[in-house]
Design a protein around this ligand. Structure first.
Ligand SMILES: Cc1cc2nc3c(=O)[nH]c(=O)nc-3n(C[C@H](O)[C@H](O)[C@H](O)COP(=O)(O)OP(=O)(O)OC[C@H]3O[C@@H](n4cnc5c(N)ncnc54)[C@H](O)[C@@H]3O)c2cc1C
Length: 469
């Protein structure tokens, strides 16, 4: 509550003098938004909609714990803030909240016997990976937002990186967590590789987007840096042929690190660049691991691609993808354009409906957009995810751009659900997609999520409204 803010901040400063508190308007503006495309539009539309009351920067778990206990005492809303790269409106301070910036939590320790490393929740993906590399290890987590997203934020959203077919997603990579609950109690989940002592509590916090507590430490699985890394490309007649080849090798337990299949339209610039067959589609495969393992995986990938008409095109296009993989220029240009908008909608579907989900989402969005790029880049035993990246230009102002954004988002998600896909594969739901969650989880699923929220945070103070809770 707004009226309790001053008392709360006074108590924090008296009890925790080491905690940095930011209150200047420009600092509040910086923390007022993440990378949700509507937030870009709000920045362009004039005075910003809502600012957090203050930003608190604790330096350790004890300080986080005390801040959370005080926030309950004073009934002050709190929003955890990591790298700020979230793109679903997961940190909008609509209820006079304070931001809890966790980026000063930066511990780092490797346990090479167990094959794990503990990182403070505030370490960026890049910092964590660089420290591992220096010691000869990797965790294999390379999201496109690698430089800005932090470990806590990646746990909170169940993030995923481009090498996911080998290393898995954040939900597979975490071995244990330390979490501060809304009442300030500190929970440490068990570090044993498996237990049969009730539900796995890590999984309650993975993907919880802060609504159940603040992640403060993350224990990740680590691996020796790969002996060999190799990229190559293939072309196929049709998207469906590429999907079938991928399904076959993954279901036979062949797991190259990177699998990226571009549909006919997104393949066009690549086919032109390399002079490949017009109208065909483009697949990048990346392998890493022990030398002989990479060679064997390549053999099997070639086998399943050939069975589906795939033509090997050598390593160059694969390495070109690797070197340009962090670029998001086209999307950001559209977001910045007057009246323009863009986003990458990522959904997942089982194999028996993934092609329909992709085709129908593209078809439904086409009348509203200037261009759409679609690719499949995370694949599993039972299905795959599809990215549908839309770019639109209304010719109007930034209010029109925002309106078009909302129409595109709604169309994309409802079409995905209609054809067997889900609401979100890895960006999370935040406030942007919260209204669609009952359509995916059903009434009973939402009831369970809400009851857990009510038990852990009875006043509803932590990240209120995110996930619709
Ligand atoms: C250019 C670009 C590329 C991207 N590429 C990818 C990609 O390849 N893969 C992918 O998965 N995502 C990607 N994203 C989305 C985004 O990077 C991820 O969602 C990321 O995990 C967010 O991490 P963050 O630290 O920036 O979190 P934030 O944006 O700060 O927060 C995200 C949510 O988590 C909550 N939160 C943050 N920290 C904590 C904590 N310690 N405890 C509890 N809750 C917390 C916040 O309140 C918020 O609701 C991309 C985004 C951009 C802008």
């Amino acid at each position: 509550m707004k009226e309790n803010i001053e008392g709360f901040l006074k108590a924090v400063q008296e009890e925790l003098p080491e905690v940095t508190v930011l209150r200047r308007e420009e600092e509040r503006l910086i923390y007022a938004h993440g990378c949700y495309p509507r937030e870009y539009k709000w920045l362009l539309q004039g005075p910003y909609k809502v600012l957090p009351e203050a930003i608190l920067m604790p330096g350790n778990t004890d300080e986080v714990s005390r801040i959370m206990a005080l926030s309950q005492e004073y009934s002050v809303g709190v929003i955890p803030f990591g790298g700020g790269s979230g793109i679903v409106g997961g940190s909008i301070a609509e209820n006079h909240e304070v931001m809890l910036d966790i980026k000063n939590l930066k511990e780092f320790e490797i346990n090479s016997v167990n094959g794990t490393a503990v990182g403070g929740a505030g370490l960026t993906g890049a910092d964590f990976e660089n420290m591992l590399n220096e010691a000869g290890y990797t965790c294999g987590q390379y999201p496109q937002s690698f430089q800005s997203a932090v470990l806590g934020g990646m746990v909170a959203t169940r993030a995923i990186g481009t090498f996911s077919t080998k290393y898995g997603k954040m939900d597979d990579m975490v071995n244990s967590l330390e979490v501060v609950l809304p009442n300030g109690h500190v929970l440490k989940t068990h570090k044993t590789p498996k237990a049969s002592t009730g539900p796995e509590l890590d999984q309650l916090f993975l993907g919880s987007e802060g609504v159940y507590g603040i992640v403060t430490k993350v224990e990740m699985k680590i691996y020796p840096v790969a002996e060999k890394r190799y990229f190559e490309a293939f072309t196929f007649n049709r998207t469906e042929d590429g999907l079938e080849a991928i399904r076959q090798f993954v279901q036979n337990n062949v797991h190259p690190a990177v699998v990226r299949l571009y549909d006919e339209d997104e393949s066009i610039p690549k086919m032109e660049k390399y002079g490949f067959e017009k109208g065909h589609v483009f697949l990048v495969i990346g392998y890493e691991g022990l030398e002989k393992q990479v060679d064997l995986e390549r053999e099997y990938v070639h086998h399943y691609c050939a069975m589906n008409g795939g033509v090997p095109k050598g390593p160059k296009p694969g390495y070109d993808w690797f070197h340009s993989r962090f670029s998001t220029k086209k999307m950001l240009d559209h977001d910045a354009m007057k009246g323009g908008t863009a986003d990458a909608i990522e959904v997942a579907a089982p194999w028996d409906c993934i092609a329909n989900v992709w085709r129908e989402m593209r078809k439904a969005l086409e009348p509203m957009c200037t261009s759409i790029d679609c690719h499949f880049s995370h694949v599993y035993h039972t299905g795959a995810s599809v990215y549908v990246i839309f770019h639109a230009q209304t010719g109007g102002d930034d209010f029109d751009g925002e309106k078009r954004y909302m129409e595109c988002l709604d169309t994309a998600i409802r079409t995905s659900l209609k054809y067997g896909g889900n609401v979100s594969h890895h960006h999370g739901s935040g406030k942007a997609k919260a209204e669609y969650l009952p359509l995916e989880h059903g009434e009973a699923g939402i009831e369970v999520m809400q009851k857990i929220k009510d038990a852990l945070d009875p006043k509803g103070l932590v990240n209120k409204g995110v996930l619709g809770l």
